[in-house]
Design a protein around this ligand. Structure first.
Ligand code: PLP
Length: 323
């Protein structure tokens, strides 16, 4: 394990990139997809806690944590030990086909720490985008409705469902149509007219109830509203205090599921395990990833048990009438 505690950070000793970084950059241009868009000449070698050492020996303070992924810092000794222990025992098991104690243990833990009194169940995935896809499928399955509401400024991932729910930048969509249909975007409430005590009259509700629900999007056809408690890609905007409860009430009024994307805001990043806990709201589905495994590729959806009612694949014939 690397320890940088005794060193002064940052410590930049070469031009950036340094000679080893420059050599990597040339090979990256030859072989790695140009769709990746690194913004900084940082050629990472090793990390410990909040410190990164690059391939030329320069030390950086890492304020990004892999875009909110390494919530326990880089290479936390307990995380490293757990990975090493597991790697020596079993590298893969098919969670769809077999039972495995760590899968059950983690599901139990997540179900118990998720906010709200309802019993919960957990579905595992490999990434945040995959958790979002799972939530979209579950919402459509459970409600037997097609439409979904999401917010401008939102980022939910790069797969087709997640991309269709995102409302952040054209670059995520341009050239990739057709996307998933029947997803309606509305403005994200960045500030409440009532100055923080915006119960049922906040702009968010006006947006959804008075515009799309009256003009383009019949509420009885809406399966879910997807929302980030804190928009990340949109510029780090916490949803104003009254708006999540108001959104919860709107969902309850129309039989819509409230899906909270905690991929970035969750796992302790806001001082509570889930950001939604700051708002006193129990979502129907929580999407988690990133910090959930502090660097390993893991995602999960945590849903109310009554919502996670999709049956085993073998019996999933309900809506098409297959005997
Ligand atoms: C709020 C949010 N949701 C979903 C995702 C997608 O997660 P992943 O990159 O693990 O697919 C991200 C990624 O940045 C995110 O910030």
């Amino acid at each position: 394990m690397f320890q940088f505690d005794h060193l002064t950070v940052p410590d930049i000793r070469t031009p950036l990139p340094g000679p080893n970084g420059a050599e990597m950059l040339a090979r990256d241009k030859l072989y790695v997809s140009p769709s990746y868009t690194p913004m900084y000449p940082l050629f990472v070698d090793v990390g410990s806690g909040s410190v990164i050492r690059d391939v030329d020996g320069n030390l950086f303070l890492d304020f990004t944590a892999g875009i909110a992924v390494t919530n326990t810092g880089h290479c936390h000794p307990e995380v490293v030990a757990a990975i090493q222990d597991q790697a020596a025992k079993l590298l893969h098991m098919s969670g769809t086909d077999f039972y495995y104690r760590p899968q059950i243990d983690l599901a139990e833990k997540l179900a118990k720490i998720a906010p709200g009194p309802s019993p919960k169940k957990v579905f595992f995935a490999n990434s945040g985008a995959e958790a979002i896809e799972g939530a979209l499928k579950l919402a459509r399955w459970h409600t037997e409705r097609n439409r979904v509401v999401a917010f401008f400024g939102a980022f939910h991932g790069r797969t087709y469902g997640a991309m269709s729910l995102s409302g952040s930048k054209l670059v995520h969509r341009r050239g990739f149509s057709p996307l998933v249909p029947d997803i309606h975007h509305v403005d994200f409430p960045r500030a409440c007219p009532e100055g923080g005590t915006c119960a049922d009259k906040c702009r968010l509700i006006a947006n959804v109830e008075d515009t799309i629900f009256k003009r383009t999007c019949p509420p009885e056809e809406v399966a879910a509203i997807f929302v980030e408690p804190i928009q990340g890609e949109g510029g780090y905007h916490p949803i104003p205090q009254g708006c999540l409860p108001a959104l919860r009430a709107l969902c309850d009024k129309h039989g819509i599921l409230l899906v909270v994307d905690e991929v970035q805001s969750g796992m302790g990043r806001t001082g509570k395990m889930f950001a939604v806990e700051h708002y006193g709201v129990e979502p129907d589905i929580i999407c988690s990833a990133k910090g959930i495994a502090s660097g390993m590729p893991l995602g999960a959806i945590i849903a109310k048990a009554e919502v996670m009612d999709w049956p085993p694949v073998a019996t999933r014939a309900r809506s098409v009438g297959i005997p």
